[in-house]
Ligand binder design. Structure first.
Ligand code: FCB
Length: 457
């Protein structure tokens, strides 16, 4: 274990390290009917009976659309140097194509100006799961045309915001967009067990990623940096049983290599192509697609929460495999706490995919935080979680991995998709009835870590 410094903070980060937080539009903005925004698949899905915990939706959530200035002040108080947020496609293009909605573009334009005024680097993600419903009505990501529409939307953002944004991400967690939405049925649009559709979606997402990179290179800011942010779950077999060992290899193919190989190597992994043959994957892939998909990226975003312990489970929807959590303590999501796996997977990424710049684009934990009316919410388990992952990062940097930044998920408690508001991930507690934000101890720890790191301790 890398030791914490004598003052309790983790040394070993360069002075210009990107200390940040991450959020996404649907989870924090609210104001779903304001400013000319069109509906997204999440507006529709969250209003369908039985889809989300308690029927909760993000119509209001943290109301960041109206509180964004105060929220930027919170970031400045923490001393952040980078803010990863997402642009809601339906806010800037209400039907997913056609003319821009100027009021929507202005919102992000002001947000970016506000960040720059506070010395914080804007790090927008173009797609964090909120597809315009009008495109869903034409087939959504199952329809190959959506990739083209995405590239046009991306080009419009590069044109309008590229004078002030140097760092972009295309997709957040394409594995979730494809497989949790079209096999697990837990994310919008909530299709269950349809592998042919899920695989088509995964391919179209990757295609749209490549097309967006090409659009950036042809834009007014061609040298801006761009990448993608898959959720990376390093796999470990549940037991020494050869079936579990094989399941861990296949899950790695299913979740990690299926997205990383085409982006970095220009090919899908052979073992998974063979496995997916029966779902008609070959018909979705056209000549030249992999060349587009492997357009060089400048950065890799790594969303890291926990390793995946994999067990063969013939009854599972996911190719007869399940991810299980065995080692307590678990977070409120039921996830294990595995900081060592972050260190190890970063070394593996460098070994297998090259020396790309890496940002940890999400890392955090939900706990059942309670506000007692005081000025600070005590969350010792989150302080422990974040500090141990920051230590793991410091070790990865010492071992030669090119890690440029770390974004805690999340700045604020927010709408945790189908799980609703009970899962609190914020460095700030949100009292939803009043929209008051109360710092948790972890926010103060992160602030002091950033200051100590900048001071060179
Ligand atoms: C990730 C999502 C993010 C948030 C965290 C907890 O999978 O990208 O929006 O929900 O999980």
């Amino acid at each position: 274990m890398a030791a914490q410094g004598s003052n309790g903070f983790v040394p070993g980060f360069p002075a210009n390290f990107g200390w940040g937080v991450a959020t996404s539009a649907y989870q924090i903005e609210g104001a779903v009917d304001e400013g000319g925004r069109g509906p997204s698949i999440w507006d529709v899905y969250s209003h369908e009976p039985g889809r989300t915990a308690g029927g909760e939706n993000a119509d209001v959530t943290c109301d960041h659309y109206h509180h964004w200035r105060d929220d930027l002040d919170l970031m400045a108080e923490l001393g952040l140097s980078v803010y990863r947020f997402s642009i809601a496609w339906p806010r800037v293009m209400p039907t997913g194509k056609g003319p821009l909605n100027e009021e929507g573009v202005d919102f992000y334009s002001r947000l970016i100006d506000g960040l720059l005024e506070r010395g914080i680097t804007p790090f927008p993600t173009l797609y964090h799961w909120d597809l315009p419903q009008a495109l869903e009505d034409e087939g959504g990501w199952v329809n190959r045309d959506t990739a083209q529409h995405f590239a046009e939307y991306a080009a419009a953002m590069f044109d309008r915001l590229g004078d002030r944004v140097d760092l972009w991400l295309t997709h957040n967690e394409p594995w979730v967009t494809a497989f949790m939405a079209y096999v697990g049925g837990e994310k919008a649009p909530g299709v269950r067990n349809n592998w042919p559709l899920a695989l088509r979606v995964s391919h179209h997402l990757l295609l749209s990623h490549g097309l967006a990179i090409q659009a950036l290179r042809g834009s007014r800011a061609p040298s801006a940096k761009i990448g993608i942010a898959p959720n990376i779950h390093p796999t470990v077999p549940f037991s020494d049983n050869p079936e579990d060992i094989d399941a861990a290899r296949r899950w790695d193919g299913f979740q990690n290599r299926w997205f990383l190989d085409p982006v970095f190597k220009g090919s899908y992994p052979e073992d998974m192509l063979a496995e997916y043959e029966r779902f008609g994957i070959a018909e979705a892939i056209e000549d030249g697609d992999l060349t587009v998909i492997s357009s060089p990226v400048d950065v890799l975003g790594v969303n890291f929460y926990h390793h995946a312990m994999i067990k063969r489970d013939p009854g599972s929807l996911y190719l007869g495999m399940t991810s299980v959590a065995v080692q307590p303590p678990f977070t409120e999501m039921g996830w294990e706490v595995t900081p060592e796996a972050l260190h190890d997977v970063l070394l593996r990424l460098k070994r297998d995919y090259g020396d790309v710049e890496i940002y940890i684009t999400e890392n955090g934990a939900a706990f059942a935080d309670v506000w007692d009316g005081g000025d600070v919410v005590e969350d010792p388990r989150r302080v422990d979680f974040v500090s141990r992952h920051v230590e793991a990062l410091a070790r990865a940097i010492a071992d030669g991995v090119n890690v440029k930044g770390h974004c805690v998920w999340s700045l604020l408690d927010n709408y945790e998709w189908e799980k609703g508001y009970a899962k609190r991930f914020g460095l700030y507690y949100v009292d939803y009835p009043t929209q008051r934000r109360i710092p948790k101890r972890s926010a103060l720890w992160y602030r002091d870590q950033i200051a100590a790191s900048r001071a060179g301790s």
